[in-house]
Design a protein around this ligand. Sequence first.
Ligand code: SAM
Length: 326
Amino acid sequence: MLNDSFERTIDYLRISITDRCNLRCVYCMPEEGVPACSHDDILRYEEIERVVRAAAALGVSKLRITGGEPLVRLGVVDLVRALARIPGIDDIALTTNGMLLRRYAAPLAEAGLRRVNVSLDTLRPERFRAITRWGDLDTVLDGIDAAFAAGLEPVKTNTVVMRGQNDDEVVDLARKTLDTRWHVRFIEWMPVGAAARDWRARVVPAAEIRARIEAELGPLVPAKVNGAGPARIFKLPDAAGTLGFIGAVSEHFCASCNRLRLTADGKLRPCLLAADELDLRTPLRQGASQADIQALLREAIHAKPRGHHLAECAQVRDRAMAQIGG
Ligand code: SAM
């Protein structure tokens, strides 16, 4: 078991397998994208496997494959197959924008993927196009159907709620759980990414999202779903799916944080929401042994902060912007 300095057990590794994405969600990336890492900078699958093998031997049992958009990297099915065979790994999940999910759901399930989270910020086709710039709602909905057909359950949807952009849809999204097995998760917008300077004016706190749903649809009841992580889970009485609320800033869950992040270019990040990182790629390419990799994993875990400072960072940025008249 891996414990950090605050007695949290770390058993979850979130692995970004690419920094590239086939969408340009307005809150995440500018339309021209961000400078991409060169091919050589990205960890090879064999290197990711070595890290996971070392982590699993220390007690990591859960993996999440993410990006960028993980399904744009060739060979992702083979990677999942290889990771699923590593002793100690008992849960592999994927976070995807769903654009390529119809094609990949069945082979991924066959390779050992357990479940998926699909980003879905709106149920309206035109708005979907406006938010994602390059996406197509029907393609993603087909992908969600394919995930159910492949048994990749629970299927969770992730909605980043932004005032004036899609907050008028929280009730419609909640209603989806009445007649589908969707587990709809509302994610409080975090002050990171392309639109962060508007954060204070447009963030909708998780408690407000929940209150708006209850005002329309009645009281929610506590519920459970596999792999709930930081979400607070409820459901509408008689609903097939659940509702999850993730308030990374207003209700932060750092005290129960159990994760480490591996970036596409081979950096270990002790906190998902802080910039500190530790280079794994160089040692991996200089022939690090499993014991060497484990020492670096322990170092990263030891460096895990008690909590993130997103709200304070946003305040500092606001002050700086005010000073420069931004
Ligand atoms: N491309 C994949 C996808 O769309 O799910 C995986 C990567 S994406 C960065 C992971 C998740 O982070 C998505 O659900 C996205 O909506 C969410 N996200 C991105 N920027 C965010 C922000 N500033 N605040 C909250 N969530 C954010």
